[in-house]
Ligand binder design. Sequence first.
Ligand code: DGT
Ligand code: CA
Ligand code: CA
Ligand code: ZN
Length: 592
Amino acid sequence: MENIEIARQLDEVADLLEIQEANPFRVRAYRNAVRTIRELAAPLEKMVTEEADLTALPGIGKEMARHIGELVTAGAMGVLAELREAVPATLVQIMRVPGVGPKSARKLWKELGIEGVEELKEAAEQGRVAGLKGFGEKKQAQILAGIEQWRRHTARYRIDEAAEFVKPLLAHMRSLAQAERMEVAGSYRRRKETVGDIDILVLSSEPEPVMEHFLAFPAVADVLAAGDTRGSVILRSGLQVDLRIVPEESYGAALVYFTGSKEHNIRLRQRALDRGLSISEYGVFELPRDASTTAEAGAPASGEAREDGRWKAGREEADVYEAVDLPYILPELREDRGEIEAAEKGTLPELVALEDLRGDLQMHSTWSDGKNSVEEMLQGCVDRGYEYFAITDHSKALAMIDGLDREALERQLEEIEEVAARHPEIRILRSMEVDILADGALDLEDEMLEALDLVVISIHSMFNLPAGRQTERVLRALQHREVDVFAHPTARLINRRDPVSFDLEEVLSCAAEHRVAVELNANPHRLDLKDTHLTLAKRLGVKVVISTDAHRVVDLDLMSYGVEQARRAWLEPEDVLNTLSRDDFLAYIGLG
Ligand code: DGT
Ligand code: CA
Ligand code: CA
Ligand code: ZN
């Protein structure tokens, strides 16, 4: 069991305790443990197996250590199971609505019988919430606005959040022999930055036990539908999962269908019709000669595809593409953004892959808000096979999180020099994440900027400037001759903070002219620039660097999230600067 899952379960305990009005000290003990575990680099599971003393960790007492031990060894915690019995699972979601804390959630539940967000909305619209003691009209209006906001921001799950819930479900399904093949399809497979729900496809000749096993997954909170071959559930996290079970001859066709996107599928179906064929989730079929030419006509709507004499293909995805005279198209490209045309012409891109990356160009150390030392970060980069990396601690404008002033930077550079001398196997770039100040000036003296190997700049303040002024601010910063990389350019946080507004085309053109690269920040909370913006950057001749912005060694593994978005943007290795070898990269930034 991964640390993140352990933290999530302890957090749920804290939520449920709060709803039950438990002793605040007890609640705080859980929250403290969650914070510690989220920041912990070592896997707890291993610590437990090796009988390490968990109470040596900050915020973890005897009792908590026992809960964690139980969770790791038995796969579940008694305390959570009991709380879940006592409190409806959906109540935790109510607490996430802005303006509704645990106390309100409890009151709404106990006095109005409200257990979910949908019911809360209904009650508020009918004016029943205002009548509760301590609520009133104003709070009721606040709650309605809060629900709107909650919907906008949490209706879709970040890809990493979804992964956290999907992985245990897949492990659960894989333990079943009757599930012969399995794949997560939908937007999750296309690696979209957020997903609405999860679509799972299973190949099996025995659907019944597969469906039973799916419904028995411990995190299922609610069953929406459960037929012979299709099921749909809501997990405790609120995430919906749709399951489809298909026979062998339809697996490839169903995988194409449920991977989507819808727009991509429509194009494929049209191509099929042009060839006297029809594509459905069951397979590729010969159209009867007199069939009408609408996309829906002609395909049998049953699961017994093979028994239909007109079945032509459907076992593998590639067979489906071949049937319409196309090479296989990777899931990341299936958005109808030109991939069908490129496939037809044989000009599909050779997408950048994780193995192509030779370095990571944004990370923090204990000199600012990172959790690991320069040398520990170095070891992490060596372990990942990199040839170079940059330490980019914050500049002094971020005093709150220990941004470095000139003097601190000088001391940090001394330490880097010492560490570098011990480690010739990798090149440390002396760098800094320098703040772009309100007027577009940089938060470091020119003399120091010149002394650095790589200057990374970014916005951490004044997010709400009107577009005109924001554009001017950024253009001024990009024109500074020492600047190499513009990091997380739009400063968005997925589901939490909107991107800043500026004229993207003007900014990218300026970056191209001044040979500044733009960052694809790989942290799944950011993914900034996003896929479509990266495609524009490529078109305008701007190089991209993919960096993790790691604040601890394990964050270096976030690189794969960045690579996925780069692939969705059609980027190839030559578009990404940190695929260059050490010598070529150093030459590129003028350190040849
Ligand atoms: P999401 O869940 O909103 O992040 O996005 P998707 O792409 O996973 O969409 P979802 O879950 O509604 O459906 C999964 C796939 O099933 C979708 O990508 C394509 C296919 N699909 C769903 N509805 C339709 C439809 O009405 N027509 C066609 N051609 N395909 C559909
Ligand atoms: Ca989906
Ligand atoms: Ca779905
Ligand atoms: Zn930053």
